[in-house]
Design a protein around this ligand. Sequence first.
Ligand SMILES: [Zn+2]
Length: 395
Amino acid sequence: MNVKVRKGDTFWYYAKLFNIPMKLIIDSNPQVNPSSLTIGETIQIPGYQTVTHTIQQGDTFWKLASEKRLSIDSLALLNPQVNPKQLQIGQRISIPVKVTYRVVDGNRPYDFDVLTQDVSTLYTIYPFLRKQVIGQSVMGKDLEELQIGRGAKVVHWNGSFHANEWITTAVIMQFLNDYLLSLTNKETIRGVETSSFYDQVTLSIVPMVDPDGVDLVLNGPPEGEFGDLALKINDGQTDFSNWKANIRGVDLNNQFPAKWEVDAARKPTEPSPRDFPGYEPLTEPETIAMAELAGARNFEKMLAFHTQGEVIYWGYEGLEPSRSMTIVNEFSRVSGYEPIRFVDSFSGYKDWFIQEFRQPGFTVELGEGTNPLPLEQFDEIYQETIGIFLASLYM
Ligand SMILES: [Zn+2]
């Protein structure tokens, strides 16, 4: 929601008027000098939308404000052109509405278009959210990183490294929405106070690492060369529900140079719906973008969300730091998921991340069943794993 600065307005006053933490207003307006606002300049107020109200017989600012539990001055601020003493019947005014509801509904087929729409909506309501493009998929879709918070500790989450595990993107996005709601409404999540996370943590999220693959699983093959290629790799079958790879048949979570050769020797040697690690490591634009991101950001911890199994892999060749065990035990305590240190599998993002940076890295396998997990599991998965998201911020 936008307001125009009047004489005497300050960020401190807006924070009080709208009951929004001042730091969120400051971060929603990075181009504005908080200590000297210019009259007439536009300020974004996070956590609010506006609705239009048509003035009826008997309406006054006082009456509207009291009905809608707003301060009269918030109505005056939103409607600088309106004279409150001369309201005209039929006149339209803007009313601020605090957003207390989710705009992300994860419980639906969550493809790239849904993600793009949700990111755009969240970005409008919560302008302190930052986003940047870190690369493009094979088909040219933007790979976006979202960032939230101002802390020195950078915590990273990613989802949909595997195409038919797209439900992980939905879970991440819904949790992000709940985190944003808790910040603007000063509410806890599961009794955990989140305001300090904003100061201590910069949360980095790549919600969909393999957008081409997700769209292939959910919407079928696209027109043109990439659709034709995917059909060929899939033996002509139009059911792509077992497809884990990117659009050209490379398994993105077998692409990283951490004992890549060991895995490659026992995996498919040509493009395949799953498990083909590429002809060499880091050949795909999606994996290159993720490797470069880790190199650029100095993640304090990294969580890669997959399905399924209700387990958390947390080791790699004993190279993980000792605090990985403390953290995974907390993840397990809050979710009931089982920690597993070593597994006979290499060349994943978590493996490479631990090897390169010696920081805690985790592969979290959401839910139980056969991939792709049915949406009926969404709410249960969300409820059982919300604690892991929170713990990744406070541990
Ligand atoms: Zn996976």
